[in-house]
Design a protein around this ligand. Structure first.
Ligand code: SF4
Ligand code: SF4
Ligand code: SF4
Length: 179
């Protein structure tokens, strides 16, 4: 559920589906029925297993290193929840967390000219952006290398598309959940 990051911090990967109420109340409200997972057309929601602990077992989770949330227009996962653990929301309200980028892992640090995360983001050059010069071209360093992308937390939905597609190994991106 957590992985080490280059700076020694830990990133928590437990992310609830869109519309989730605060975790303590979520655990009381969720009946573990699986309706949200069944309603997800992208198979992005999985049910926690025994390895997640008895309190979490069978509750719905997203693993945004494996499967992103596609920000469905009608948010069917949240609408399907019969218990109120997920409240119905608009797609524009989805905020699963915030992407964080570890520059030392980014391929651009190795002069590999990667723009994948910006290209796949539903809000390119808004939620995640390559710094640009006055002409709108990527702001390359003295050696000509592409810059490290920058994330605007206020515009990032935490969808995880950048994480799933990041070409670096280990991945240079992760999503941290909303507090
Ligand atoms: S918004 Fe769509 S892709 Fe995201 S978890 Fe809900 S149903 Fe799945
Ligand atoms: S998590 Fe989604 S919205 Fe945020 S930067 Fe990555 S692709 Fe863009
Ligand atoms: S996809 Fe990954 S390696 Fe490529 S620019 Fe983005 S963070 Fe760097």
């Amino acid at each position: 559920m957590r992985r080490d990051t280059p700076d020694g911090s830990r990133v928590r990967r437990l992310i609830r589906p869109p519309g989730a109420i605060v975790e303590a109340r979520f655990l009381e409200a969720c009946t573990r029925c699986g309706e949200c997972a069944d309603a997800c057309p992208e198979v992005s929601i999985f049910k926690a297993g025994a390895e997640h602990g008895a309190a979490l077992e069978m509750t719905p989770l997203l693993d945004l290193e494996e499967r992103a949330c596609y920000l469905c227009a009608d948010v069917p996962c949240a609408s399907a929840c019969p218990s109120g653990a997920l409240r119905p929301i608009e797609a524009s309200e989805i905020k699963l967390g915030t992407a964080v980028l570890f520059p030392e892992l980014c391929l651009n640090t190795l002069d590999r000219a990667c723009t994948i995360c910006v290209d796949v983001c539903p809000r390119p050059q808004v939620a995640i952006a390559l710094p640009q010069d006055a002409d709108g071209d990527p702001l390359r360093d003295a050696s000509g290398a592409l810059p490290i992308p920058r994330i605007d937390a206020s515009n990032c939905t935490g969808c995880g598309l950048c994480v799933v597609h990041c070409g670096s190994y280990p991945k240079a991106l992760a999503v941290t959940p909303e507090a």
